[in-house]
Design a protein around this ligand. Structure first.
Ligand code: ADE
Length: 261
């Protein structure tokens, strides 16, 4: 997969050289190119922002440098990249979106500083490429760079060959499958007793059926406790009697308004 990132802080992306992603890049699975937006300014101050029309606080990123930068990156491309613009007002970035992005051959990220990018940039490229404005959560960062790091890491680990078998993505929280819609339960390793805390004996039992059931119980409990809105969206048809008991024990109630879905 090719990834281009245009930013006024190219140095922000140093973490992409580390660990899993660093290895994926070395192995040629991931081709990441970071560009300095200011290369496409023409004044001595290399200005990328200006005051907002209509007034208000903060500054807005000027359209011209973005237009020239994006044109330069996509020039000559037969199949253009998908343009991803991180913003807290975008559609939520989820595991589903990560899976979608992992199928793309090429992603181009346009992280903004200040109050955002002049909206005409998204309008202009909306007619030429697929443009996604995406938010990584309901909080406001100082800029889109950290969001790009999050998105690239979530996507890159899904690319074939990036994770070893030992770290399969199949049983991630939010992954499709029999545990779909459930958070992952707790995990344990050696020693069997640490500071008086025991590993749940069932995990040492060798009884794979019982272990799978225990893990599902824990996943249900954790989902009910930490993400009741996810629990409410569970496919009721896919829940067995034991699932319902566990949810009830966790004081989870399907509310009548959720019954409709
Ligand atoms: N830029 C600032 N806050 C953001 C967020 N929550 N998601 C994506 N981009 C952002």
């Amino acid at each position: 997969m090719r990834v281009d990132i245009i930013s006024i802080f190219p140095e922000y992306f140093a973490p992409l050289d580390v660990s899993l992603l660093g290895k994926a890049r070395q192995r040629g699975l991931l081709d990441i190119r970071v560009h300095q937006l200011r290369e496409w300014t023409h004044d001595v101050h290399r200005t990328v922002d200006d005051t907002p029309y209509g007034g208000g606080p903060g500054m807005v990123m000027k359209p011209e440098p973005w237009g020239e930068a994006i044109d330069a990156v996509v020039v000559g491309a037969e199949i253009p990249p998908r343009l991803v613009v991180p913003t807290p007002s975008g559609r939520p970035f989820t595991q589903q979106v990560a899976i979608e992005y992992a199928k793309e051959p090429w992603l181009l990220f346009a992280p903004a500083r200040y109050e955002g990018i002049d909206s005409r940039v998204m309008a202009e490229y909306g007619s030429r490429l697929r443009v996604d404005e995406v938010g990584i959560g309901d909080y406001v960062l100082a800029g889109g760079e950290a969001a790009v790091l999050v998105i690239v890491e979530a996507v890159a680990r899904l690319l074939p060959g990036v994770l070893g078998n030992a770290e399969s993505v199949a049983d991630d929280s939010f992954a499709p499958g029999s545990m779909a819609g459930l958070l992952e339960g707790p995990v344990f390793t050696k020693p069997p007793v640490w500071r008086g805390h025991e590993v749940p004996p069932i995990l040492l039992s060798g009884n794979h059926g019982a272990i799978a059931r225990w893990r599902r119980d824990e996943a249900l409990r954790r989902t009910a406790a930490n993400r009741p809105e996810l629990a409410a969206r569970l496919d009721r048809e896919a829940l067995d009697k034991r699932d319902r008991e566990v949810l009830q024990d966790a004081s989870f109630r399907f509310r009548p308004e959720d019954m409709a879905n």
